[in-house]
Ligand binder design. Structure first.
Ligand code: NAP
Length: 307
């Protein structure tokens, strides 16, 4: 028995995914026809990216699941035509990429790498950087990515705490259920929350003011987690010493945006972690196998919570 899989993402992605998806499905023993064009009534699974042309799921009457290629689902989770399970992307490469981006950018700031790179004899200023043991990092969001980053930072010696919707008991990581306490101790705050109505403006004028003077912020989560005006104000006063931002309310970040030229902001172009076909195809294939075997899907989104 063969299943029909519609690949509903951009054309460029199809070139990347065609072979890895076929290989991953055959590895899990599923015979499939995969294509970018298929009569909707014949589609069993939709491999999906929210920037796809497919925005109305109504014609896909026999489809069993939408398998999102992105970890973030805010652009599809509230689609009123979506009545079947929605699964998001979790794969080891996505997690590893995020761990590398977060640890790399924290170490850059922590070690003062920019200031210590001596470009000329006049820049020889030997000031010892602080140690990780004496530096407190709070990770907001302890899901697949946040937890992996928290563990990696703990491994580097940082004093790590985390905040999540449901309380967590993680050895060596201080768990907070209250945001205010979590931020009040944060020399660094790393935002790895999903974009939902509850997380919008998690960092705002009030919560930024709770952070210690000179704190730094890293946002590889989603743009709406931060009230941009409040962050720019806090950067102007120096209360927040630096923000390293990978995601924005509008992407690409518009040319006139205040973040571009602020001396205390580092902008990266939504590269913190990329979905790589060789790895994410395996997650997709395993979910199709599960769907066919009548087993529960992995990483199914809670539509009410929005992530
Ligand atoms: P996840 O596994 O769903 O984890 C989300 C975490 O956020 C969970 O710990 C969850 O708490 C917590 N959370 C959700 N709502 C909350 C609230 N109202 N208050 C407190 N905590 C809340 O997601 P993930 O895989 O780690 O990914 C996180 C986000 O990273 C994605 O949604 C996406 O936006 C972003 N991302 C960015 C890139 C990039 O390249 N920049 C790449 C991939 C992903 P519970 O544990 O209690 O559920």
């Amino acid at each position: 028995m063969s299943v029909n899989v519609l690949f509903a993402a951009t054309k460029a992605r199809w070139e990347e995914y065609r072979d890895p998806l076929h290989a991953a499905l055959s590895e899990v023993g599923v015979t499939a026809k995969i294509d970018i064009d298929m009569a909707p009534r014949q589609v069993d699974y939709i491999v999906y990216a929210p920037n796809s042309e497919v925005q109305d799921f109504t014609p896909y009457t026999r489809a069993k699941a939408v398998l999102n290629l992105w970890a973030g689902v805010e652009a599809v989770v509230h689609n009123p035509t979506l009545k079947i399970p929605l699964c998001r992307m979790v794969d080891p490469a996505l997690t590893q990429g995020m761990v590398e981006w977060v640890t790399g950018h924290i170490l850059r700031l922590h070690l003062g790498m920019d200031a210590h790179i001596t470009a000329s004899p006049g820049t020889w200023r030997p000031v010892a950087p602080p140690l990780a043991f004496d530096t407190r990092v709070t990770v907001l969001g302890l899901g697949e990515l946040g937890l992996a980053c928290a563990e990696a930072l703990k491994g580097l010696g940082f004093d790590v705490a985390g905040w999540s919707r449901t309380p967590k008991d993680i050895p060596g990581i201080t768990g907070f259920h209250g945001l205010d306490e979590a931020l009040a101790r944060a020399d660094y705050a790393v935002l790895l929350l999903p974009a939902t109505s509850d997380t919008e403006n998690t960092l705002n004028a009030r919560t930024l003011a709770l952070m210690p003077a000179g704190a730094r912020i890293l946002n590889p989560g989603r743009g709406p987690l931060i009230d941009d005006k409040a962050l720019l104000n806090a950067l102007d006063t120096g209360h927040i010493a630096h923000a390293t931002l990978d995601v924005f309310r509008t992407e690409p970040l518009p040319p006139g945006h205040g973040y571009w030229h602020h001396k205390s902001v580092t902008v990266t172009p939504h590269v913190a972690s990329e979905t790589r076909a060789a790895y994410s195809s395996k997650t997709v294939a395993e979910n199709i196998r599960r769907g066919e075997a009548g087993e529960p899907f992995l990483h199914q989104v809670d539509r009410r919570a929005g992530y």
